[in-house]
Design a protein around this ligand. Structure first.
Ligand code: SF4
Ligand code: SF4
Ligand code: SF4
Ligand code: ZN
Length: 365
């Protein structure tokens, strides 16, 4: 139970770390926005991550994501992994990325498992080995240990401890991890965005080394990547039977900023731009959306706005509404309730979206 500093309302759906309710965040004034910026800056200190994207006029421009960091010599970008060493950008390149990987038997707990080739057999026989879930095969799960966002509820927040560690693996090592039973590679994290040159190089090597067999390339991302690189991600997924899974965290810019520490403009623009790849290979769906149902903040109002945005682009894009559990700096919030989940599901369906479903239902209370 926390209190909103602005309207004095008490609720178990107000996160202590934000000390603002959703309504007061939507209409935040300068003072509230500055408090929210301080909360994010402070949360990054213990991981030695820059409080804000560096904008040194003499720095080198990274260009991988919306943060447009200009990194001075000896400095690091907002994600922590990209750094300027003697005038050269290092980190996340084919020569070395902060990354780890493991094989996961299919079907796996993937946000797209209800519509993708590995989870459902969609696209069989061209893109899947089985008519249903791909029993007997594996997903190569590739976890990138850095991110371009700063979500206060991050369920994988431990990656932050490794973003600046410089422990690295080459793209060649990763490509060599594909074995006979691997039928898909999922790049996630953190977010693959800030180490995309590594991921793209590893994907291309893996596809080249494994021609004439099924090897799908998939991505789970916050959508902050540069538009040119998004096209490369989409292209690889479309060509290989995989998909790009966008996490659309909030539609209201202030809510997004409060939860994630950054703006959502690029994500929304990228999602809209990615829609043009759908006709190239409609099944299995190459573009998927999901939203985490954060109690008090991502309720039916936000879901309606996100779902309307998706439905206007293409009502057949699959959209998963995911259960939230307290994590990182928002451990005081309760898990998503069935009541919240069902009202969000109805709200999403009411926008005309034809493929909506609840995920992580075991979490709902
Ligand atoms: S990838 Fe990292 S360094 Fe590059 S612009 Fe984004 S946050 Fe900054
Ligand atoms: S990596 Fe792709 S194909 Fe494999 S389970 Fe996940 S979404 Fe499905
Ligand atoms: S985008 Fe994902 S990995 Fe990155 S901070 Fe947010 S929840 Fe964590
Ligand atoms: Zn309030």
């Amino acid at each position: 139970m926390a209190s909103c500093k602005k309207c004095s309302r008490d609720s178990e759906d107000i996160a202590e770390v934000l000390f603002h309710c959703a309504d007061c965040i939507r209409k935040a004034d300068e003072e509230s926005l500055s408090m929210l910026a301080d909360i994010h800056a402070h949360s990054r200190q213990e991981f030695s991550l820059p409080a804000a994207p560096p904008s040194n006029p003499d720095g080198i421009e990274c260009g991988l994501c919306q943060n447009n960091c200009r990194i001075p010599v000896g400095g690091r970008g907002y994600c922590g992994v990209r750094r300027n060493e003697n005038g050269q950008i290092k980190g996340g390149t084919p020569a070395g990325a902060a990354v780890s990987w493991y094989h996961d038997p299919l079907p796996t707990n993937c946000v797209a498992d209800w519509v993708c080739a590995g989870g459902s057999g969609a696209g069989y026989p061209q893109w899947a080995h089985r008519r249903g879930p791909e029993q007997g095969y594996m997903n190569l799960a590739v976890f990138y240990q850095a991110c371009t966002f700063n979500c206060l509820f991050c369920q994988n927040w431990h990656y932050r401890e490794k973003s600046t560690s410089n422990q690295i693996h080459t793209a060649k090592e990763l490509a060599g991890a594909v074995v006979a039973g691997t039928s898909c590679i999922c790049f996630f994290g953190g977010d693959p965005t800030c180490q995309l040159p590594h991921a793209l190089a590893a994907s291309r090597m893996a596809l080249k080394q494994n021609q004439n067999r099924i090897l799908r390339i998939c991505w789970e991302t916050n959508g902050s990547v540069s538009p040119e690189l998004l096209d490369e991600m989409m292209h690889l997924s479309v060509e290989s039977g995989g998909c790009v899974k966008f996490d659309l965290k909030a539609m209201d810019a202030n809510i997004h900023y409060a939860l994630c520490g950054v703006d959502n403009k690029r994500t929304l623009e990228n999602f809209a731009a990615a829609v043009r790849f759908i006709p190239q290979r409609p099944e299995p769906p190459p573009l998927i959306a999901s939203t985490l149902l954060v109690p008090g903040y991502i309720e039916a109002q936000e879901v309606t706005a996100i779902a309307s945005f998706i439905a206007k682009l293409n009502p057949d894009i699959p959209y998963a509404l995911l259960g939230f559990h307290g994590d990182f700096l928002m451990t005081d919030l309760p898990a998503t309730s069935w009541k919240q989940a069902e009202s969000c599901l109805s709200a999403a369906k009411a926008t005309g979206l034809r493929r909506v479903r609840l995920g992580n239902v075991h979490i709902f209370r």
